[in-house]
Ligand binder design. Structure first.
Ligand code: C6P
Length: 415
């Protein structure tokens, strides 16, 4: 049994998992920290920190290159992380797990390698109004490069994609639909099973931006039948600078490399270069070895806690948080979709979100404020930014009570 599994299985309740996260064992401005900013970046459990430190101390070398012991150890640990991640999202093959630096790179890879060679004028790229900039700008660049049109499906005031209109926009000339699993500014869970099935009826490829999905619910890419699924390590308790692109093998196989360099080739001459097999064709240069090993440990940690258990816990907390926030005078909830995960945006009277964030920080409460890299969503609600509290497996009712007390304090200060 590995360290990660022992660690989490020893915890009889999910509440005790908080003890696995050393950053949560500190005071900020004289208050215990209430970390409600996981949607921006999650804290890391001891097992991730320790796994990386162990690797750095004893096993570090470059991967896929050396015949010596350390290089073998590094390669085994790095490729072991790939196997773990494959199984975590139930991908059919390890060839379909491409390591990247994060969701942003995963989406850019698909735009440039899947989209650029095959799209042209008369083609359409379909996205929705509630996307993160990382799932907007790469498609705008692609549209400029290829002459394709970017089409945006609208949202309603609850923060849900208007499905009838999305389906009307799915026409035969749409080549790819890029859609968030969970919207980062609003917490909306899109019904992607149904959306993917509808898209496939028209042969539209679907990329799911899973940055806010993977950390909070069990993902099965075979059951979803998505063509691409992109996610980031640092939102799922792993290190920054790590990410994954799942892609169906038949699609990845047909795509040209995204970047050129070492490790992505079989043979190089000045007249002809042949490319490595999947997934290495897309992994040029020395990768983030320690980061991906750390991400493997994070995945093992998540599995040992149990994704169903995490989803239930966060659901209960989100209901509690929404109820408590609703009792505060002049607090306006932004994003009230019927299906939501882990995130609540809000405004408090006319207090600027950044001022609110600063006052909350003085009460030990960490939230994110601003546009959340989703400016079109902010425009929709007519605000420059919001305050956003986001949850993870390590949060509890005390964190939410501390948030509510700090918001009441902010109201007093601004009264
Ligand atoms: N959202 C947030 O506070 P990167 O930066 O590549 O790890 O992830 C980008 C990204 C893409 N899609 C969604 C839905 C996201 O939420 C994010 C990151 C953070 O909401 C930082 S802006």
């Amino acid at each position: 049994m590995t360290h990660a599994r022992k660690n989490a299985e020893a915890r009889t309740s999910i509440a005790e998992c908080r003890l696995d996260f050393p950053a949560l064992d500190q005071d900020i401005s004289g208050h215990p920290i209430a970390y409600l900013d996981t949607a921006a970046s999650a804290q890391q459990p001891n097992v991730v920190i320790d796994t990386i430190a162990e690797y750095q101390r004893h096993d570090h070398a470059n991967v896929h290159r050396g015949v010596h012991t350390l290089s073998h150890r590094a390669t085994d640990a790095y490729e072991g992380a790939r196997d773990r991640i494959r199984s975590f999202i139930n991908a059919p093959s390890r060839s379909e797990i491409v390591f990247t630096s994060g969701t942003t790179e995963s989406i850019n890879l698909v735009a440039q390698s899947f989209g650029r060679p095959s799209l042209g004028s008369g083609d359409k790229i379909l996205i929705t109004h509630l996307e993160h900039h990382s799932n907007i700008v790469p498609w705008q660049l692609l549209a400029e490069q290829t002459g394709a049109d970017l089409v945006v499906a609208p949202m309603n005031t609850q923060g849900e994609v208007v499905l009838e209109q999305l389906y009307e926009l799915m026409t035969r000339d749409v080549r790819i639909l890029a859609i968030a699993h969970v919207a980062n500014a609003l917490g909306t869970i899109n019904p992607i099973n149904e959306i993917i099935a509808r898209a496939h009826e028209l042969d539209i490829a679907v990329l799911v931006d899973g940055a806010q999905g993977v950390p909070h619910m069990a993902i099965d890419v075979q059951e979803l039948d998505c063509d691409f699924y992109a996610f980031s390590g640092h939102k799922m308790f792993g290190p920054t600078g790590t990410g994954v692109l799942f892609g169906k093998e038949s699609l990845l196989d047909a795509m040209p490399p995204y970047k050129g360099g070492g490790d992505m080739i079989l043979e190089v001459s000045f007249t002809n270069t042949t490319f490595n097999e999947l997934p290495y064709k897309f992994e040029a240069g020395t990768p983030n070895i320690s980061g991906m090993i750390g991400l493997g440990a994070a995945v093992e940690y998540l599995e040992s806690v149990g994704m169903e258990r995490i989803a239930r816990h966060e659901d209960e907390l989100l209901t509690y948080m929404t109820e408590r926030l609703s009792t505060i005078d002049e607090l306006r909830l932004i994003g009230t979709a019927a299906q939501k995960a882990s995130v609540q945006s809000f405004m408090l009277g006319d207090i600027h979100p950044h001022d609110l964030g600063t006052i909350l920080d003085h009460q030990g409460v960490a939230i994110r404020t601003g546009h959340h890299c989703a400016m079109p969503v902010m425009d929709f609600y007519g605000v420059a930014g919001t305050a956003r509290a986001s949850l993870a497996l390590y949060n509890n009712h005390d964190d939410i009570d501390q948030l509510v007390a700090a918001l009441e304090k902010a109201r007093e200060i601004f009264a």
